[in-house]
Each structure stands twice: as C-alpha cells, then as structure tokens.
Design a protein around this ligand. Structure first.
Ligand code: APR
Length: 307
C-alpha cells in the first residue's frame, strides 16, 4: 500500500520529533533532509529500527539530498537556528530567512503541488517571507504556531482546573510569540465558559503560562528550545491534512479581508483539509482583540521590510 509522502526539512529536535510521532501514527512515509551530513540519515535509520517493536508500516529515510523529497504531498520546514537563552525570536530573523530561502529553492521545484508548512522562527515573519518567494497558492502555504500555543493553553487550563484536555475547547490566535492572543473569553470546559469557571486572577495566570511556555523551556534547557510539543503540533496538523476531521485549528494563514486584514499571514482559526487551508473561520472578536491582531500584523510587516 502506498502511503502519502511527507518531507521534513531540518532533522533537528523539532523535525525529528515530528517524524517520530508521525511514524507511530503510521499515516505517511517520511523523508528527512538536513544540511549536516549523516544527521537525517542516521536518525532515519534509528527510527526504522523501531519497527521491530512498534510494528508500523510507514518508512522513514534521510539525506542531505533533496532528490528524496521528489513529489511530496506535504513539506514541513523546521530548518533553522533555534532560540538560545536571552535571544528573542526576532533575533533569529536574518539567519533563518536565508535558510528558508535556500530550502524553498531546493524543495519547490521537486514538489510544486505540495502543501508547505513552515515552523522556523520567528514563525509569522518566516511564513510571510516564504509566501512572498514561493508563488504557491495561499491555501497550500501556512505556518505552525497556533496549534502549539493552543496546546499550551489547554495544558494550563487543565493544570488549574484539574480537568482533561478532551474537556477543553480553546484557541490561541495572533502572532506566534509574545504578542499571541489566547482567547479565554471564548474558551470552554465541558461547555461552560472559562470566565464562569475562573476568576480574573486565575485567567491572567493561565494566559501568562500560555504566553511564557516557550520561553520557560528555553530557560530550563539552556541549550535549545521546546521540541516535543512543537513536534506533536506538526504531527497533528499533518494528520488533519491527510485525514480531515473538520476540527478548528489555529494556523498562520493568509488573510484577504478576514478580521479586517489583507495580504498577511497571521494566526487565525481555520479548517484544514486535503487542499490545505479550506476555510478561515471568523470569530466574533472584541474591538480590543481586533486591535491586537492589527498590531501584530503591523509588527510582522515592519520586520518583513527589514529582510
Ligand atoms: N537546510 C536543511 N537543514 C538545515 C539548514 C538548511 N539550510 N540549516 C539548518 N538546518 C538544520 C540544522 O542542521 C539542524 O539539524 O536544521 C536543524 C534545526 O534543528 P535544531 O537546531 O535542533 O532546532 P529545533 O529545536 O529543531 O528548531 C528548529 O523550529 O521551533 C523552531 O525556533 C525553532 O526555528 C527553529 C526551528
């Protein structure tokens, strides 16, 4: 049986973790590409050795050579330099923009029909930059940020209310970074809104835990940034693209008037499907929330103009 093909560019912590989780889901054959000789190939061989224990049918291979990525259904770009302690996502701007460009030069001609998911930080700037270079329809090029931020939001709610993730319905939209916009007003636990279940102080704490989640891990690890939850967020987006359930997910998608914004990728709720972003969902946001999105869009545009 032939499985869909997912190529992951950058076989570092995030890319290899996404590959590992996807393999265990047994949904797609995986190709990993890394600029460092032996890294993608070695990790792929190590993961193939798991087959005897896990029994999956999917295959994973790795190389420095993009020839392996030919005719991918999905290309996930995690290549980049991760954040170090004290470094903001914005510090990474120029280094990672050059990496994103070089990845597109290699991957696009080989998989012109693929769906492209960008993960490299600073996420929203990178995905907008990639879109400006790629000439790919907007439905097929977007960024992973909101799924991870939402996962952190759900975790923070579960910690405070001692509930299960399956009971929580929540979303984080906006930029993937300190300017993200968790939406406690629209979040529910078993159908009851968070604002009915928690006082303002607890809600502020949940929002702060969500926003600071990535930085907290950078401070603890000292030598890198988060990768388990980012890898899991990539895997869940890939699963939704290949086998859509119709659930709402937050991704950095191209806006054409939604939320009053034009010609910019920013984190918004969407429905994913086989064609990529199949629908952008317009929530009923307050003026303050809309202003926060507009400010994030302005900040992204200002950073883009520096590239
Ligand atoms: N082509 C392919 N791979 C590259 C390139 C390139 N031009 N440049 C760097 N890489 C590879 C590195 O060799 C490394 O293996 O990308 C990988 C990045 O992995 P890590 O350093 O482990 O970083 P990781 O934690 O995986 O983060 C990757 O995702 O969340 C974001 O901010 C994070 O931008 C960073 C990216």
């Amino acid at each position: 049986m032939s499985l869909p093909k997912v190529s992951i560019i950058g076989a570092g912590n995030v890319g290899a973790t996404a590959a590992h989780i996807l393999l265990n889901h047994d949904l797609a054959d995986i190709v990993m590409i890394d600029v460092v000789a032996g890294v993608a190939e070695g990790k792929a061989l190590d993961m193939m050795h798991m087959r005897g224990n896990e029994g999956f049918h999917a295959k994973v291979s790795g190389s420095t050579d993009y020839a392996l990525t030919e005719n991918s259904d999905i290309v996930v770009v995690t290549a980049g330099v991760p954040r170090r302690p004290g470094m903001t996502r914005e510090d990474l701007l120029n280094v990672n923009a050059n990496i994103v460009k070089s990845v597109l030069d290699e991957a696009l001609p080989r998989s012109p029909e693929a769906i492209y998911i960008f993960v490299t930080n600073p996420l929203d700037v990178m995905v907008n930059y990639a879109f400006s270079l790629a000439g790919v329809p907007k439905e097929r090029l977007f960024g992973m940020g909101g799924v991870l931020d939402t996962a952190r939001f759900v975790h923070a709610v579960c910690e405070r209310l001692d509930c299960q993730p399956s009971e929580v319905d929540a979303l984080v939209i906006g930029a993937h970074g300190e300017a993200m916009l968790p939406l406690p007003r629209l979040a529910t636990v078993n159908g009851t809104t968070l604002t009915e279940l928690m006082g303002a102080e607890n809600i502020d704490a949940v929002v702060a835990d969500t926003i600071n989640g990535g930085a907290a891990i950078v401070e603890l690890l000292q030598t890198g940034s988060a990768f388990y939850a980012p890898g899991s967020s990539i895997a869940s987006m890939v699963a939704e693209l290949l086998f859509p359930t119709g659930k709402t997910v937050s991704v950095s998608a191209r806006l054409s008037g939604e939320y009053g914004l034009y010609d910019i990728h920013l984190g918004v709720p969407v429905r994913l499907g086989k064609g990529g972003v199949e629908e952008i969902i317009e929530l009923d946001l307050s003026d303050q929330e809309l202003a926060s999105l507009a400010a994030a869009a302005d900040s992204i545009k200002a950073q883009l103009s520096e590239l």
